[in-house]
Design a protein around this ligand. Structure first.
Ligand code: NAD
Length: 458
């Protein structure tokens, strides 16, 4: 039987070895889930809502254990692990509050003996292939609304967050989701590929652009629902009218939170020349104050790099930038092991010839580029194949709105960054993906509309 080793990226030690799913067990789980889905969908919504409320309560009750597991397998600092689980609670509340209203029958016309209504029917069996960087958020953005709307779920957590995926699955089962309806698959990409070959009705993927393309190709012939939440190269523009120190502190947090391993982590900053030097000074001071260390220590802010191969990507981006004239003002180095560690890194004198301003870094690296005008900043922000988030820091709301309206991104921020709201749709434009999660639409997306044309007999 194939196995999956789970390592602690902060120390390099083996945590445990799990039995991985085989093609046969993936097929058996998919078949069981398909068979169990109609009965789950037939339950009154109130029962599914009650299940999610019990799931929420269990997350809160077990937060210390759950956070410790996530920290050990991902290297995320423990305070941030608790933040993530605490941050999931209002998302669940949103889904629970909105689910019934989002998918109840809509009666849209009644007249002349004709009645028209829209029903929202569950897709059936949905596959969630997930990432490791915010495993509770990205997993539950799909799993919770999918289950609430009556779907069965095949869930393939990342091989770098599998113990967390197993916790999520266990808690849902204990809360009352029938085990057949919510199935966790253990393994790496091959297990995800095996799941894609099953008769699923939709695939909801979070991960890299490269894998997203493979997923899209794997299901293209079947015309099933496909959502891809992919990477970003998230820019922010700092105008000259800001409180420079406050902007620098906010953006340093946006760049370095979760050790920069966020799809909406700030990766490019364009600063007006009038405040560039002061901004850079405050930014570097803020980064210098961020404590790097044992992720299990409550005071650590910078943790490990979860995937060892990413160290070389970060190293190569820094080398490429320096080779083309950038200056490293802070960090820049892979740290000696054990474990995977990279220094928080601040680069200036960067430009768009450099990989660090074009390709996703997904680590604690940021490039800061000087600009002379709003138009120059806007052109640079839009000079990307990605389109996940973008922000503007300024005191001038009208100017912020004008600039952000012209930015090609699914989420835009005025005087904030690295932020996700359950009330707003989360969607990538361009190579950042297709489809959306969160918001009311992120509930309806797990259903398909059925149009009823009803003519009463004369
Ligand atoms: P990844 O693409 O390496 O892996 C994602 C998932 O796909 C994993 O579960 C993996 O096992 C699976 N997989 C790999 N190959 C597969 C295949 N051929 N068929 C089916 N499944 C396969 O990404 P990652 O390293 O886990 O996550 C990091 C990426 O995710 C970054 O690019 C980040 O920006 C992105 N991300 C995006 C969002 C968003 O909301 N847009 C959120 C979090 C992360």
């Amino acid at each position: 039987m194939a196995t999956l080793d789970i390592h602690n990226p902060a120390t390099g030690t083996l945590i445990t070895t799990l039995d991985a799913d085989s093609d046969a067990s993936v097929a058996a789980k998919a078949a069981a889930a398909r068979a169990a889905q109609p009965a789950w969908a037939a339950l009154p919504m109130a029962e599914r809502l009650a299940v999610m409320q019990r799931f929420r309560a269990a997350l809160l009750a077990q937060i210390d254990t759950l956070a410790a597991t996530m920290t050990q397998e991902t290297g995320k600092p423990i305070a941030l692990s608790r933040n993530e689980i605490n941050g999931l609670l209002p998302r669940i509340d949103f889904f629970v509050e909105q689910a019934e209203d989002a998918v109840h029958d809509e009666h849209v016309f009644d007249g002349g003996g004709l009645h028209e209504q829209i029903a929202h029917v569950p897709l059936g069996l949905v596959l969630n292939i997930s990432a490791w960087n915010y495993p509770y958020f990205v997993g539950c953005n799909v799993i919770v609304p999918a289950l609430l709307t009556g779907n069965a779920v095949l869930y393939k957590p990342s091989e770098y967050a599998t113990l967390t995926g197993l916790h999520i699955t266990r808690l849902l089962h204990e809360a009352g989701v029938p085990p057949a309806v919510m199935q966790c698959l253990v393994g790496a990409g091959a297990v995800g590929a095996a799941a894609l070959a099953q008769p699923i009705n939709g695939v909801f993927f979070t991960g890299s652009h490269a894998t997203g393309q493979k997923i899209a190709q794997a299901v293209a012939a079947r015309l099933i629902k496909l959502q891809l939440e992919l990477g970003g190269k998230d820019p922010t523009y700092v105008r000259a009218d800001v409180d420079v120190r406050a902007a620098a502190e906010s953006l340093a947090d946006g760049a370095m939170y979760n050790t920069g391993q966020g799809c909406c982590s700030v990766e490019r900053i364009y600063v007006h020349a009038d405040v560039h030097d002061a901004f850079v000074q405050h930014f570097v001071d803020t980064v210098r104050g961020m404590k790097r260390g044992d992720p299990m220590d409550d005071s650590s802010y910078i943790g490990a790099i979860t995937r060892a191969p990413q160290l070389q990507v970060l190293r190569a981006q820094v080398d490429d930038a320096v080779g083309r004239g950038a200056r490293v003002l802070f960090g820049g180095q892979v740290l000696p092991g054990p474990g995977n560690w990279f220094e928080p890194t601040v680069l200036v004198d960067v430009n768009h010839d450099m990989q660090v301003m074009r390709e996703e870094s997904f680590g604690p690296i940021v490039g800061i580029q000087k600009v002379d005008s709003d138009d120059e900043a806007l052109a640079l922000m839009n000079d990307t194949r990605y389109g996940l988030t973008a922000g503007v820091y300024t005191r001038d709301e009208a100017k912020a709105r004008e600039l952000l309206a012209r930015v090609n991104a699914g989420s835009v921020y005025w005087n904030c960054c690295d932020r996700v709201s359950p009330r707003l749709p989360w969607s990538g434009w361009g190579d950042s993906g297709i489809g959306l999660t969160l918001s009311r639409q992120g509930i309806q997306t797990f259903t398909r509309p059925k149009a009823w044309h009803l003519r009463a007999p004369a």
